[in-house]
Every structure is written in C-alpha cells, then in structure tokens.
Ligand binder design. Structure first.
Ligand code: DON
Length: 598
C-alpha cells in the first residue's frame, strides 16, 4: 500500500559506462543521476576525457564529487542541501535544510508532523551521536487503546484516526541537531523550504500516483483536501502543489524557534485539531516532547566499524546482530545474490526478527538487551543453529536467549561535507501521508506512528511485525522503529553513509547495502541496482525482488525456502567516501531521488 506496484525497478538512473578490464573508462567526465529531469550538477571529474576509476563491480556508475554530496528522495531537496554546502554550511546544516525541504516537496514521507532518527559523525570531536526524535505516545495513551470491548483490534484506529498520531519530534530533532552540530541559523536553513511551500513545486508522476492510491484517506479531511485536491480529485502530475499554511508554519518556526511548534501558535492549532476529533494530544504533551541524544549501537564487520541507530529503533541492533552471524562465512566467495549468500542471510534474518518481537522497545521504558543481542558470543550460539544447506522453518525458531539485560512511508537522506562530517537521517510519517490528517490552519500532515506499537501481543501491525510487552503502548513511550540510519567507518573515518525507508524491510535493506559494499566491493550505484531479499521470521516467506535468476530461486526452494517475488524493497540513499572522492547514488526504485555533489 505504501509501496505501490508502479514503483518499478526503473533503471533510468543507471548510467552505462564502458568497462575496460577492472577499471572504468568514463566517456564523459561528469554525470548526474537523472539526466532527463535536471541539469547535471555533480562535480566535474578531472578534465581528462578518459579517467580510470576503480569502481569495484563495474556495472553501474555512481555520482561522483570531491567537496560534498547529498543523496535524497527529491531533486529539489538535494539541490537545496548542496547549495547550503557550497555556501560554507557543514553536513548538519545541509541535512537540516534537506529535512525541512522534504517536508514540502515529499509530503508523503518528508515531514514536520512526524519523527525520526539522525546519526552524525562529528569530525571535530571524532564522535558519533544518534539523535532520537521519534514520536512519543500522548499522556492519555494506554495499552489497549486500539482494542474493542471484545479485546479485538479495531481496524484502522491506529492508522487513520486522530488516535493514530504520536507527538511529533521532527522540529525539535532538526533544531537540536542544528544548534549542537550545525553552524547556520534556523532561519537560514528554513528559508528554501518556506519559499517552496509558498511558491509551490511541480507534482511528479510518483507523487501523483501516491495521491491517487491514498485518495480516500486524504479526502476524509477538509484541511487535507484543500491542499492536495483540485476540483474534487487529487492533484495530477505537472500541476503545482503549494501549501501557504505550511509556509506560514515554517516561517513561524524560523522566527520563534521550535517553541512555536511545541508551545506557541502551532501547538495551539494541533491541540485544537485533536480536541475537535477525539485525539489525545494536548498542549501539555507537545510541551513535554523531548529529543534524546543516544550512543549509537556499534559493531565491527570484517575490519569496518558499523554505527547505527539504537533503540527505540530495532534497526542498528539487528543489523549488527546479523552481520556478527554472517561474518563467519565467505560471502564474497559465494557471490552477490547467489543462493548460498541469500540462504545464509535469510537464516540470520529469521533469528534476528524473532528476537525483535520479544526484546525490542523504548529503552526508557523497557530494558533492551542490546549488548547481549550484539555480542559475538550470542552470534556464535545463533550461527550454530543455522544449517548452511537447509532452511529452518520459521515456526521452529523462537526468540533466543541473549545475555541478560545490561543494566509505505519513510524517507532517508545522506550528506557528506568537505570537513569529514557526515549525516545519516531517516524520518517518517509512518505510512504514506501518515494519518492523512492535516491539523487545520497549519498545513502540517500528522503521522500515524502509533501503529508501530504492538496493539495486542501477536497481532501484526501494518508491516506484518508482531511484538509484545516491550512494545506495548504507554504514555510518553516511543513506538519501536525499524529505521536504521547507518554510518560505516574505516580506520575511524566515515566510509559509507546509508539508510532506507521500507518499514520492516529497512533493516535488511540497510544490512544488504553494507554487505554489498564491504563483501562484494560494489559502489553505491551497483549496490542500489542489486535485487534485494528479505525475511522477517513471520510470515515464513523469503521475499525477493524481481530480477533474481530463476535458477537461484529454484536452488533456494530446494533448500526449503518459501520464495515470494514481490514489489521492490527499500530506497537507499548512499554516499561512499573513498580516497579519491565521494561516490553516491539514489536508489533507482524511486526515480524522483537524486544524488548531487560539488
Ligand atoms: O519506524 C518505522 O519502522 C516505520 N514507521 C517506518 C515506516 C516506513 O518505512 C514506511 N515506508 N516505506
């Protein structure tokens, strides 16, 4: 639903290059990702007509630059980020500007009415920090709020009603990052988003398609219809989408800071919207919202250091858990998308997702055994359960016993500057356009993140994920997430910045991207083009993208996997920092995405 079938694996972004031996001979020095829609602005390569680059797997050519790079799901947002870098802003300044711009141009996922996570590598201190601006449940929320009197889950209550909305964290999170790690003012980084919201931007075929798919949800609310509909139907490709109320909201934030959103005029309007429709969020709740800085979860994989998002995301923990398991097999020798590599990955995925259902939740409310789950010793135990030749039925896998507790819509963007700072951000409204509800007078779409809580033990959420006590609804608790903004370091320096949307598939997509670069020596374009696979323990299904060879599928079936070919998974935005410059690519699964550098 959040990932409609029309998102075909278009190869519009795949730029053919001429291969000579193991090096590429580039026919032109500078390339941009989507030549059809915008002028090429990636950094010029050295002026020589045929420059040799070691591009690893040598099939697809990434965008390349030397000074800075932004990869996001919309050209306009990417351009805004690059412009900030060119003006001397650092990666955090650019990331915050991109975050606000996406709230305007990518309204299905970019947001100020949602929440997310940002992992920053701060070059000056050499530190990595994880900024948690995930939504929180309002004070009145309670465990069984999505059940009827018979104890059954009420369909759609956690998705398309005012009860679906968590207290938004994006404005607080972006402002926090800017204040602590950026160099520019909030007004500076908000200015381009304000202009876009006021003047409007052209609806792309992708956005038009999503508006059509979500037509009924959006049409339910007058304030939403007033923005996204014209003559009683959703805006279509080529029409202009402007949002004067959103421009005003952003301008108020630029003038008064995040307080405007959490205590001022915007808070008044959100609270009024909630009161009018039986939602729980009050002004006190908005005032109570807190950004939390956390230590990233950390692991090592074949000599690289992986830093990713800790709980309340499950992403980083399980990426490291799976990499720990997989490190003992020579995946490079088995090859990308070989039955053997996929089988081992699928087995590791099942074990990790079984643990997810049991142990993961908001660490401020429930003890999460992150150390145990990411320990080598536990990986040894789990790996011993894997039969390298045969699939273990998911039904016979139960959550393991790690060492006891130590004490369709999201978007990702990656930014690197020329000072060694990198930023990896994933933020979301949950499903496309979130709850579909615009708080009247604000132009702000509100999330439906409450669906990421476990409404009832064992009952799957919109992503088919199950959970229990650790992820039950509680006041001011953060729902468990899969978002996995990730930075990989080599010798202590950023080497890869990546992440993806895709609900439960975020974790596996991100892990596969790390493996594609480390084990298979791929560049960001090649990694993005490779068909992906996913298993989440329940259902017992090995989901694969179109493009995997029928031979491979047959081999996997012979090993006992139930293989299902389904629509595309994930939309990575990846930057690789190599000695000879920055290499980046926006996943071709969304042709609107664009990576640019300078
Ligand atoms: O936080 C999470 O894990 C989900 N709310 C993410 C939703 C998502 O990725 C939807 N999109 N593709």
């Amino acid at each position: 639903m959040w990932f409609p079938a029309f998102r075909s694996r278009s190869t519009s972004a795949a730029v053919a290059a001429l291969c000579v031996g193991s090096a590429l001979v580039l026919p032109v020095p500078a390339l941009s990702q989507t030549a059809a829609t915008s002028a090429p602005v990636s950094a010029p390569a050295p002026a020589s007509a045929s420059v040799r680059y070691d591009l690893g797997y040598n099939i697809f050519y990434p965008v390349r630059s030397r000074n800075g790079m932004v990869a996001s799901e919309h050209r306009l947002a990417t351009e805004i980020g690059v412009d900030i870098l060119k003006r001397g802003g650092n990666a955090v300044d650019a990331a915050v500007a991109v975050g606000f711009a996406l709230a305007v141009v990518l309204p299905n996922a970019g947001n100020i009415g949602g929440g997310g996570f940002m992992v920053v590598h701060d070059a000056k201190s050499g530190r990595d920090v994880a900024i948690d601006f995930r939504e929180m449940a309002p004070a009145k929320a309670f465990r069984d709020m999505y059940l009827d009197q018979q104890g059954k889950v009420v369909p759609d209550r956690s998705l398309y009603t005012h009860l679906a909305v968590g207290i938004p964290g994006t404005v607080a999170g972006l402002a926090h990052a800017l204040e602590k790690y950026g160099t520019m003012t909030l007004a500076d980084v908000l200015a381009p988003a304000i202009r876009l919201a006021r003047e409007g931007h052209t609806v792309t075929p992708q956005l038009a398609g999503l508006l059509e798919v979500e037509r009924d949800h959006l049409a339910a609310w007058d304030a939403t219809k007033a923005i996204f509909f014209k003559d009683g139907r959703p805006l279509t490709a080529g029409e202009t989408l402007a949002n004067a109320d959103l421009a005003k909201s952003l301008e108020t934030i630029a003038q008064q800071g995040p307080k405007a959103f959490y205590e001022g005029a915007i808070a008044d309007r959100i609270a009024a919207e909630m009161a009018k429709h039986g939602g729980y969020i009050t002004k006190d709740d908005l005032k109570a919202y807190k950004v939390v800085e956390r230590e990233p979860v950390s692991g090592s994989y074949r000599g690289y250091t992986v830093k990713s998002m800790p709980p309340p995301s499950s992403g980083g923990t399980h990426i490291i858990q799976m990499l720990n398991i997989l490190e003992r097999w020579p995946l490079k020798e088995y090859g990308p998308d070989s039955a053997r590599s996929i089988h081992l990955m699928a087995e590791a995925m099942k074990l990790a997702y079984a643990d997810r259902s049991e142990y993961l939740g908001d660490p401020d409310f429930t003890k999460v055994p992150v150390k145990g789950l990411t320990s080598r010793k536990y990986a040894d135990e789990l790996a011993a359960k894997i039969d390298p030749e045969k699939a273990t039925p998911a039904g016979s896998i139960k959550p393991g016993k790690p060492a006891p507790y130590e004490s369709d819509q999201t978007t990702h963007f990656s930014v690197a500057d020329n000072q060694g700072n990198v930023v990896s951000t994933t933020y979301t409204l949950n499903l496309n356009f979130g709850s579909g509800i615009v708080a009247e007078g604000t132009g702000i779409l509100l999330n439906n993140e409450m669906d990421d809580f476990s409404a009832k033990p064992g009952v799957p959420n919109a992503f088919g994920l199950v959970g229990g006590d650790a992820n039950a609804v509680q006041p001011y608790k953060r729902p468990l997430s899969s978002m996995s903004p990730t930075i990989v370091l080599k010798d202590g320096k950023p080497w890869l910045v990546t992440g993806s949307p895709g609900g439960s598939r975020i974790i596996t997509t991100t892990m596969e991207t790390v493996i594609d670069h480390i084990d298979f020596g791929m560049n960001p374009a090649e990694a993005a083009a490779l068909p992906r696979v996913h298993h989440q323990w329940t259902p017992d299904e090995l989901r694969v993208e179109k493009g995997l060879s029928p031979d491979t599928v047959r081999l996997l079936e012979q090993m006992g996997h139930k293989v299902a070919v389904k629509p595309t998974m994930g939309r990575t935005q990846t930057i690789q920092l190599r000695e000879d410059g920055l290499y980046g690519f926006s996943d071709p699964r969304n042709p609107d995405g664009m990576t640019l550098g300078y």
